[in-house]
Design a protein around this ligand. Sequence first.
Ligand code: UD1
Length: 421
Amino acid sequence: MDKFVIEGGKKLSGSVKISGAKNSSLAIMPAALLNNGLNSFTNIPEVNDIYTMIKLLKHLGVESSFENGNLSLNTSKIISQDAPYEHVKKMRASIYVLGPLLSKYGYAKVSMPGGCAWGPRPVNLHIESMKKLGAEIELKDGYIIATAKRLNGAPIHFDVASVGATGNAMMAAALAKGNTLITNAAIEPEITLLAKYLEKMGARIQGIGTNKLEIEGVDELMPAKINNISDRIEAGTLLIAGAITKSKIEIEVDEIDNLNAVITKLKDSGARVEVLANKVSIDAENLEIGSVDVATSVFPGFPTDMQAQWTAYMIFGNGTSTITDNIYSDRFMHVPELVRLGANIQIVKNSAVVKGVKKLQGAKVMSTDLRASASLVLAGLAAQGETEVLRIYHLDRGYQRIEEKLKQLGASITRAATAEF
Ligand code: UD1
């Protein structure tokens, strides 16, 4: 088990390159199941969730090679349509194999993902959309068992815009017979990339990037190549690392528009943010951090995956800020840990009310989930003295060697093995 040991209070400087996005990778990798052959992806991050997806795909018969962000997936010898609990329990995004397996092979047996550390995360919308496309669904022994001779295109309306359910529905509809109209589709950049990849395979999709997707099913899809987008959450996290340490740093990142919500809030807090062609610089030297409210919402709103990091930043605000999570109302596991460092935060319903304090004092804290861990690292960078962040396996699920990036910027952060749990 690894932990981070952070000596807080160091100023950061310099430039760092943002890795490819985890969440888009987890959508495009299972999409390769829709064809038979060699698919190539570039800019895939070397994080544990990607290795988990590779293992799940291997169980289904997919051969892979993964080096320096270049991933190839050969889907020509699929041997199973069964995603067992041992894989799915590690990562909810495993549910993404449901749509492609069902649509291509007429059968999928996928373990129901459980809840998360911060609360329930249902999959009803995934199941309902497969039913709309004509699948028979049986829920048995903790598994979703889906069958269909061939899926039939159909209208699908989501009452809640869901990233995963939109992805699954789009993948399934790509090989269905006839047309599918998805309304209130998610428009997150990760879904847009998935749609573009499906198009490269030969799928017919209108309305990409909008919340109305029209998919004309085709009989066959071909292997394809695609370059992954930058990780907007890693980018946002590192910008906050610059702001919370009152430093001046730069990140190299593509698709900068995807960061607009976070950049706007950083500017509102008084940080000077400049956007160049493929770089964003942040200058927070001598900044009196303004307290800024945030309410998470679907893209292009402020992402729930940045809520914990924003909460950490607001600990040092000059007043009171209210940070509301409208996507996951219970996602505040980081708060008691931040309070252990000296933060003044109260949870009121689905909001964290943060009263700014002048300083934090380093302590041992424990990661509870991926983005919560990131907020603890950020707080540790700005705290006085030493902070130990335990259980960083959560962080390793989604951030590619973040300690190396932070070290490159001048932070004092070390990974160390520990027997402590
Ligand atoms: C994806 C991201 C995750 C991010 C989330 C919201 C991946 C791998 N993960 O998760 O990092 O936090 O989007 O941006 O891309 N819902 C239902 N029923 C369903 C599905 C979802 O009620 O069947 C609800 C959820 O409880 C939540 C909302 O819909 O309130 C959005 O969740 P969703 O967009 O589906 O999240 P994920 O795709 O699981």
